[in-house]
Design a protein around this ligand. Structure first.
Ligand SMILES: C[S@@+](CC[C@H](N)C(=O)[O-])C[C@H]1O[C@@H](n2cnc3c(N)ncnc32)[C@H](O)[C@@H]1O
Length: 249
């Protein structure tokens, strides 16, 4: 999908949202979820995203991983790696690990390969062009599975949890971070103004759309329950993120 203008049409009902008698997501209290396109395969969009300064949340991702799991080795899978800013930061923090980044957008992977080459990490970080769900990935097992900011892009959130459940070895660390949907329109406007003031219009648009497409912690809890990922816990982080972490079953 390349269409970025989802407007205000009624979103399809994602699995795991509103299954317990609460009705359709559009009828839930608070800001209605509006899905955004999955892949970021527009070269201009990918370049703007890659050039943006995500140092703070991405360093927080790495710090959270180290805090909870330590400097693991082995093979680490990064789902929806995009231009590999998180992948590279994690590779530096995990010197005994090999990282495999997966993304369905070739323009993102081109930027990712360049970033890894510049970082001199080509011997430990590799990329695979895959659009999830990808049955051939599900047969492989990794020593840790991470993902940052993929969940809100997926048309069906079960795609991510299925990949986590299938690809993480039993007991493997799992860390997923994403935006969380603000409670209402004014809170959304405030975040966009505060966090994306002065950014290019393409980024402001994407940030707003991403906040609108993000899940709330209670929705993610239901997704995890549904997939039987009971060892993973969801918690809010700061004023706009959520963290899912724990050990794979
Ligand atoms: C917001 S970016 C996050 C990139 C990176 N993880 C980061 O934190 O900077 C989301 C990425 O997920 C990718 N993506 C979305 N849906 C996907 C799918 N179904 N399969 C593979 N990649 C997907 C997009 O192409 C995009 O690169």
């Amino acid at each position: 999908m390349t269409d970025r203008d989802d407007g205000d049409r009624e979103p399809p009902r994602p699995a795991g949202v509103g299954p317990h008698g609460s009705g359709r997501p559009g009828r839930l209290p608070g800001l209605e979820r509006v899905p955004e396109p999955e892949l970021m395969d527009d070269p201009e969009q990918a370049a703007a995203y890659s050039a943006a300064d995500f140092a703070e949340p991405h360093e927080a991702f790495v710090a959270t991983f180290l805090d909870r799991f330590g400097a693991v080795g082995g093979e680490v899978l990064d789902l929806g790696c995009g231009p590999a800013d998180v992948t590279v930061r994690l590779a530096r923090a995990l010197p005994a690990a090999r990282l495999v980044g997966v993304d369905g957008a070739e323009p993102m992977l081109a930027l990712a390969r360049r970033r890894v080459a510049e970082a001199g990490l080509g011997d430990r970080v590799t990329f695979e062009l895959r659009r999830l769900p990808d049955p051939t990935l599900l047969g492989r097992r990794f020593d840790a599975v991470v993902s940052n900011s993929l969940l809100h892009h997926l048309a069906d959130p079960r795609t991510l949890w299925e990949a986590v459940a299938a690809c993480a070895r039993p007991g493997a660390p799992v860390l997923v971070m994403d935006l969380r949907r603000p409670p209402d329109g004014p809170a959304l406007d405030l975040l966009v103004e505060r966090e994306a003031a002065g950014e290019p219009e393409v980024l402001r648009h994407d940030f707003r759309a991403s906040l609108r497409a993000a899940y709330r912690p209670d929705e993610v809890e239901r997704q995890l329950d549904e997939r039987g990922l009971l060892g993973l816990a969801v918690e809010p982080l700061g004023d706009r993120h959520l963290v899912v972490s724990g050990r794979a079953p």
